[in-house]
Design a protein around this ligand. Structure first.
Ligand code: ADP
Ligand code: MG
Length: 318
């Protein structure tokens, strides 16, 4: 059974191998939409009424009670921020907006140095604090604004997975906007194969195939969401140190991990860190990852030892 829908400004799809056809498509689809709506109502920055938008608008530096969903995502986001030395930073929203990639309309203009410096002062994940009991968060910079776009899709995949597990399903694939998590086997009885795209903005071709066994895979790239000015590409991924879009030639990072939330956040973190520092961290942390950079001859690929077992020859079909 396969069903699909829209969420988080993108599409989702769920494939369940259900030989006995025991599930009702309507019920499963409705339950999935309900989970996704719940997460959007908690952490969408495109909805002014979400829990997170209210926290962002609220200028208080006092503790604010938060939902279990928001707590889980904040906890992992701050963990990855520390692990990456601040390359992953969920407070870069003012810069994402300044460069035209935020919820407000897109200008495609290059901001001035002064504007970048001014906005940098409004950011920094170290201004955020999280408390478990009772669940709450606070900021010590009144205007600080949190953007979970780089991790929320992964979390949503994990939540749909939990729901499918609660139905005792053993073979499925869940995907939201290209972030995926698989369990068991496909309809042919083989482990799920997932295609990693060639990092090319013009055509969608398969670059590699990865095998998943009860894992998630997420890819971050600069090849889909960007604008060009004077032959220079400006990506939606911001380097929190400079306040500017990343400039190196690393064009996509794919991460395989046990949770999709972790894979999603790490893929973004490694992409920000770049081909050297990102790869070094992925290796040190033994994270299964594939780094694709562009050079004059085309693509240059670097895979950490931990992802080798998941890689196909590149000739297989998904
Ligand atoms: P995608 O949305 O294409 O899957 P990502 O998961 O990498 O890609 O998330 C990119 C989004 O994350 C950006 O659109 C922006 O909202 C936000 N973002 C940009 N730079 C950073 C950063 N350094 N750390 C965390 N989030 C970021
Ligand atoms: Mg991400």
């Amino acid at each position: 059974m396969t069903y699909a829908g829209k969420t988080m400004g993108t599409t989702y799809s769920v494939t369940i191998v259900d030989p006995l056809s025991s599930l009702s498509r309507e019920t499963t689809l409705a339950a999935t939409d309900q989970i996704l709506d719940r997460i959007n109502l908690s952490m969408s920055t495109y909805r002014p009424d979400s829990e997170l938008s209210k926290f962002n608008q609220n200028q208080t530096t006092q503790w604010v009670p938060i939902s279990a969903d928001l707590y889980e995502v904040m906890k992992e986001a701050l963990r990855v921020s520390r692990l990456s030395g601040g390359a992953f930073d969920i407070s870069v929203a003012p810069l994402v907006d300044l460069w035209g990639f935020g919820p407000s309309s897109r200008e495609d203009t290059i901001p001035s140095d002064a504007d970048v410096q001014a906005r940098l002062k409004l950011t920094g994940y170290t201004h955020l604090y999280l408390q478990e009991n009772p669940r709450a968060m606070r900021k010590d910079l009144p205007s600080l604004s949190v953007d979970l776009s780089a991790i929320a899709k992964g979390y949503a995949v994990d939540q749909v997975v939990s729901y499918l597990d609660s139905l005792n399903l053993s073979d499925y694939l869940v995907e939201i906007g290209g972030e995926l998590r698989a369990k068991g086997n496909n309809a042919q009885g083989h482990p799920w194969n997932v295609a990693i795209e060639q990092p090319n903005s013009k055509v969608r071709t398969v670059h590699r195939v990865v095998h998943l066994e009860n894992q998630a895979v997420a890819t971050s790239g600069d090849y889909r969401n960007f604008f060009e000015r004077g032959g220079v590409k400006f990506s939606h991924t911001i380097n929190p140190n400079t306040g500017r879009p990343i400039t190196h030639n690393l064009t996509s990072v794919t991460v395989i991990a046990e949770s999709c939330m972790k894979a999603d956040a790490l893929a973004t973190a490694f992409l920000v860190l770049g081909p050297e520092a990102g790869y070094a961290l992925a290796r040190r942390e033994q994270v299964a990852s594939l780094f694709i950079s562009t050079n004059d001859d085309g693509y240059l690929e670097r895979a950490t030892p931990a992802i080798q077992a998941h890689l196909g020859t590149g000739k297989e079909t998904a």
